[in-house]
Design a protein around this ligand. Structure first.
Ligand SMILES: NC(=O)c1ccc[n+]([C@@H]2O[C@H](COP(=O)([O-])OP(=O)(O)OC[C@H]3O[C@@H](n4cnc5c(N)ncnc54)[C@H](OP(=O)(O)O)[C@@H]3O)[C@@H](O)[C@H]2O)c1
Length: 268
């Protein structure tokens, strides 16, 4: 039986590149996607190029804690070798999910944390977990209000960056609490995908002047793939490099505080 790898947001730019690469390497890939139609189109395209690929798509909306719980329930009894938490969003405005969470934080942080924690019993003992962060993390701090921003606290990039920084702290606490797991973070750099559209008048200009200098999704996802297949843990994968987690992101007290606060929110 092939090793199973779960990829969230597998219908997106880097998620589909990861799925193609991993399926080509002989892994069974579970595409965990919000939009199953989009996932199926990607799956079929990969299968037409790699006919013996083993790929399945399953529904997962990370903005809904119920959807995450349902996905995890569907995975009970399935042995998982690795989880690539790739899905992410930059919300254009402030909105709350049905769970009362700010949308960017719901998807990039709360849903992703809940998914990872619910899948723990399905992991093989030395499973790899990779959380996708962002270079924007270095420009923000986590404060008391960061996890549950109010409308006045919201900014598109600031809230996104804080959600990724919270994920970086989660990764460190997860590794501490599960020493057998290999938990790493990956930073793709700036990648040509839908995510970098700002929904502004200058988008067409940016498409001409900026996009050509961004990494391709295949290139951007490389650090995540290296991390996913790595024997190391607690590292920061960026470009072709593997680094220690930068000192500015190390704060054990904060890791623990966020873990406890988050557990309350997600009901664990
Ligand atoms: N592009 C960059 O420059 C850059 C830089 C640093 C980090 N990143 C991170 O890299 C990861 C991949 O991004 P990308 O550039 O490949 O962007 P993308 O093409 O927009 O892919 C994002 C994926 O996340 C999925 N997603 C969004 N909301 C979701 C939800 N509620 N539930 C489940 N899935 C959801 C999307 O699903 P749909 O297909 O249904 O929309 C899509 O598959 C993200 O975590 C992003 O934050 C990107």
């Amino acid at each position: 039986m092939r090793d199973r790898i779960v990829v969230t947001g597998a219908s997106g730019a880097m998620g589909s590149a990861a799925t193609r690469y991993l399926a080509g390497k002989g892994f069974h890939v579970v595409m965990a996607c919000r939009n199953l139609e989009k996932a199926e189109a990607v799956r079929k395209e990969i299968l037409s190029d790699i006919p013996d690929a083993e790929i399945e798509s399953r529904q997962l909306d990370l903005s809904s804690l119920d959807s995450v719980r349902e996905f995890a329930k569907g995975m009970e009894g399935v042995r998982i070798s690795a989880l690539l938490n790739n899905a992410g969003v930059i919300s254009r405005g402030y909105s709350l999910t049905r769970d009362g969470l700010e949308n960017t934080f719901a998807v990039n942080y709360f849903g992703t944390v809940l998914l990872t924690r619910l899948l723990l019993p399905s992991f093989v003992p030395e499973a790899n977990v990779v959380n996708t962060v962002s270079l924007t993390c270095r420009f923000v701090n986590i404060t008391e209000k960061s996890l549950r921003p109010e409308e006045g606290d919201f900014s598109r990039l600031g809230t996104y960056a804080r959600s990724k920084l919270a994920l970086l702290h989660f990764s460190q606490e997860l590794a501490r609490r599960n020493p057998a797991l290999k938990v790493n973070v990956s930073d793709p750099g700036i990648v040509n995908s839908n995510m970098i559209s700002m929904g502004k008048w200058f988008d067409p200009l940016a498409d001409i002047l900026f996009r050509p200098f961004c990494k391709s999704p295949e290139n951007g996802v490389r650090p995540a793939l290296s991390a996913l297949l790595s024997e190391m843990s607690g590292k920061y994968f960026v470009g072709q490099r593997v680094m220690e987690i930068p000192g500015r992101f190390i704060d054990k007290k904060l890791d623990k505080r966020l873990w406890d606060e988050t557990s309350n929110v997600i009901g664990l």
